[in-house]
Design a protein around this ligand. Structure first.
Ligand code: FES
Ligand code: FES
Length: 167
């Protein structure tokens, strides 16, 4: 199959490359771009480990063709905070609330949570659990994750903290 040229931004860096039209976004990120923080946990678009942001919205990258992201801005976990700088607020709160164990699911949860800041999701446990229903964790039991996201939504919607690093 003839390759197509794709142009997009990944973690604010302009990217242009030729790829097969059937290339999934997750494979673009993990292989040519070597952004291995985007994890594959299933083949059925259920686990959310592959979640990234596309123009700020949470997307399961195993369920999206790379070419569907032409002209878009993709953010992976590597782009959420500077490599040598403070953690993003949501990352810091996951650490504070012990919201990870093996960490395999964590990039997907963090990016899903960051997208929720712009959504109409109340900073309340039941609403957060519902909004996180597309992400699965086999280790933590979810309590710490929910606590981290509830606190993160409240903090990040406070203009005094918007765009800030670790709390
Ligand atoms: S790898 Fe994408 S949802 Fe599981
Ligand atoms: S921390 Fe291990 S799967 Fe979530």
């Amino acid at each position: 199959m003839a390759k197509r040229t794709l142009q997009l931004h990944v973690n604010t860096v302009p990217v242009t490359l030729d790829l097969a039209p059937s290339t999934l976004l997750i494979d673009l990120l993990r292989e040519p771009l070597q952004l291995r923080g985007t994890h594959q946990g299933c083949d059925t678009a259920q686990c959310g480990a592959c979640t990234v942001l596309v123009d700020g919205a949470a997307v399961k990258s195993c369920n999206r063709l790379a070419l569907q992201c032409a002209g878009r801005s993709v953010t992976t976990i590597e782009g959420l905070a500077p490599a040598d700088g403070p953690l993003h607020v949501m990352q810091a709160l996951f650490r504070k609330h012990h919201a990870l164990q093996c960490g395999y699911c964590t990039p997907g949860f963090v990016l899903r949570a960051v997208a929720m800041v712009q959504e109409d999701v109340p900073a309340e446990p039941d609403a957060v659990r519902q909004a996180l229903s597309g992400n699965l964790c086999r280790c933590t039991g979810y309590e710490g994750i929910v606590q981290a996201v509830v606190e993160g939504l409240a903090l990040l919607r406070n203009p005094a903290h918007a765009g800030a690093g670790a709390p």
